[in-house]
Design a protein around this ligand. Structure first.
Ligand code: BGC
Length: 601
């Protein structure tokens, strides 16, 4: 299957979010929403061709104000002919195609997406259309704050009274309308914050300047990081320094800064590489010395209503309570303790409630990845525990803007040559050693389904997902270029999968991994953005014990010689050798990520 992506994601990537940076949302003082009649769009056109026929999936992102009906038009570059179309109605004349909404999908809010699909025939080459227009406006990712009125609109009634010239002009010092209102998808129409500390390290690497201007998250991985403690991980910049710098980078336009909240009591209960500074019972210190000061600082920036603070809440914590207590193979007593004392649930609830009070902050809760909670037995229970945390310590579901999958992990975004519902020689792909009955083989399908599950357990229906694509590219010479022709199930899966890990449970400094999709806003339905939450080049953990004052232990999963345990199917760890402790710069890993980037750099 060839998946071609045609979009207007050209080079708008000033700092990160591809659909974003060229957008001017009108008067920046009131930049929370597009002007009432603004128009703009981007189109994601994916096609799967098989010689004479093809299927296309088209996703429109509305970057302008809300629409109540839409028409998308394009010209095919060749002799393609639409044969049938769903989620809309079409007409084709020569190369020109026009698609109108179906009766049920005409309404698309600001930042919203709508998808339709069609089958087509062609001969020769199946090149993708180069330009689309939505209701007459070219979809190039920009927003026209004042598009021309439809010439077929009835003229204004000439008897309308003229505007009273004595009307008082709007007071420029008026507070923006409803500053407490969050936008649906904070990544749309916003550039992404470039962390100068990470950027300098990336730029100093050979070849690193190609990505040094990407947006990566700021990790507050200990109390000292709030003020900036000159440590190897955070450098000298504290939270306030980053927010000041973000205001400067924003320069009056919308900007997203991602902050990882990562300091729970008894952190990383199933692994050791990222154990933290707070003991399992130190929930009060978490609240008083960590979350409260962060909230105080962020609140000082609430007046910058074009600064969108995305808080990524507590990586790998809640899923540990589902899968890594000792009633599971390979579970740990620390996870038992964290489940019994409630400090993960209450800590996450406290973070959500406290940070959720900041009008320009958006909370996204960590939701592990498909290779962790993609099995039926873990999927539903994880959604339940997220819901419990979202209602703990004064939090409500309104404090949750969305969830993030794959933070600091390596799971592929899409496995183009592996259909989890398929069979080989009469055997289900799901029963292969690699898939091992998981419901998913990749993150995009997992994140989209998990979103539905979360809504069904009680989260708001407009939550959005983020996927960390910082290290899930799986390019380079080892990447398969098509499905295997083997008839043996396991050989087929091994030869078809792009994820080259020994086991999907492997998580430490993976050999063969590459940079994944560059940060992109609204890439797929239900997905608010692809982000680089884990800054590429920062270690997941030391390959042998290294003394440190950060509370970090040594986890054998980071030792390349380790043969594995129950949690990774007793497979080799696949880790790169000579790694420093987690969070510290690991040049060899950064080089590996550049070499295996996919899409290639
Ligand atoms: C480490 C943190 C670090 C983060 C980002 C985590 O594994 O424990 O110290 O800030 O990765 O690199």
């Amino acid at each position: 299957m060839s998946k071609v992506r045609a979009t207007n994601r050209r080079s708008w990537l000033r700092r990160g979010f591809a659909t974003a940076s060229s957008l001017a949302l009108g008067a920046s003082m009131v930049a929370l929403a597009a002007p009432a009649n603004a128009a703009g769009c981007s189109v994601d056109y994916q096609v799967n061709s098989w010689g004479s026929g093809f299927t296309a999936s088209v996703t429109i992102t509305n970057l302008g104000s809300a629409l109540s009906n839409w028409t998308l038009e394009w010209d095919f570059p060749g002799n393609q002919q639409v044969t049938n179309l769903w989620n809309g109605s079409y007409s084709q004349s020569g190369q020109h195609v026009s698609v109108d909404n179906a009766p049920y999908n005409g309404s698309v809010g600001e930042g919203g997406t709508v998808n339709f699909g069609f089958n087509g025939s062609y001969s020769g080459s199946n090149d993708i259309p180069t330009s689309f227009s939505l209701n007459g406006v070219t979809c190039d990712g920009s927003v026209d704050p004042d598009p021309p009125t439809d010439p077929t609109d009835p003229p204004t009634d000439p008897t309308d009274p003229p505007t009273d010239p004595t009307d008082p002009p709007t007071d420029p010092t008026d507070p923006p309308t409803d500053p407490g209102e969050r936008v649906d998808n904070p990544f749309v129409g916003a550039q992404g914050y470039v962390n100068p500390v990470w950027s300098a390290k990336a730029a100093a690497e050979p070849g690193g300047s190609a990505v040094a201007n990407e947006s990566t998250a700021v990790w507050l991985d200990r109390i000292g990081a709030i003020e900036g403690n000159d440590s190897a991980t955070t450098g000298s910049m504290g939270l306030r320094d980053h927010l000041d710098e973000a205001v400067a980078q924003a320069d009056g336009d919308p900007l997203v800064i991602q902050v990882v909240i990562y300091n729970l009591p008894g952190r990383d209960c199933a692994a050791l590489a990222s154990n933290g500074e707070l003991g399992p019972e130190e929930i009060d210190r978490y609240k008083n010395e960590y979350i409260d000061p962060i909230a105080d600082i962020m609140s000082d920036y609430a007046q910058y209503d074009n600064l969108r603070i995305v808080n990524i809440i507590e990586i790998d914590s809640l899923p540990n309570l589902v899968t890594n207590t000792t009633d599971n193979a390979g579970g740990t007593e620390l996870c038992d303790q964290m489940k019994a004392n409630g400090n993960y649930v209450n800590g996450v609830g406290y973070a959500l409630a406290t940070l959720g009070d900041i009008p320009n902050a958006y909370n996204y809760v960590d939701a592990a990845h498909h290779g962790w909670i993609g099995w039926d037995t873990n999927f539903g229970p994880s959604a339940e525990i997220f819901y419990e945390a979202a209602n703990a310590s004064g939090a409500t579901v309104d404090d949750v803007h969305g969830f993030i999958a794959n933070t600091a992990n390596y799971s592929a975004l899409e496995e183009p040559y592996l259909d989890v519902n398929g069979t080989v020689n009469g055997q289900m792909i799901r029963q292969s050693d690699w898939v091992d009955w998981n419901q998913y083989v990749d993150e995009l399908s997992f994140a989209q389904d998990l979103r539905q599950e979360l809504v069904s357990v009680g989260f708001n229906s407009d939550i959005g997902m983020l996927i960390d694509t910082s290290r899930n590219g799986w390019g380079g010479p080892e990447r398969p270029t098509g499905p295997s022709s083997a008839t043996d199930l396991n050989t087929y899966v091994e030869e078809s999968r792009i994820d080259r890990r020994f086991n999907p449970g492997n998580w430490c400094n993976q050999a063969g991994a590459g940079l994944g999709e560059r940060p992109t806003a609204a890439p797929e339905p239900g997905i608010d953005a692809y982000v680089w939450a884990k800054p590429p080049g920062e270690s997941d953990g030391a390959s042998e014990y290294i003394e440190n004052d950060e509370g970090k232990g040594f986890d054998e999963m980071c030792d390349p010689a380790y043969g594995g345990n129950a949690r990774n199917g007793n497979s080799p760890s696949g880790a790169l050798p000579n790694a420093p402790i987690s969070g510290h710069w690991f040049s060899a890993q950064f080089q590996e990520l550049l070499a295996n980037a996919y899409p290639p750099l």
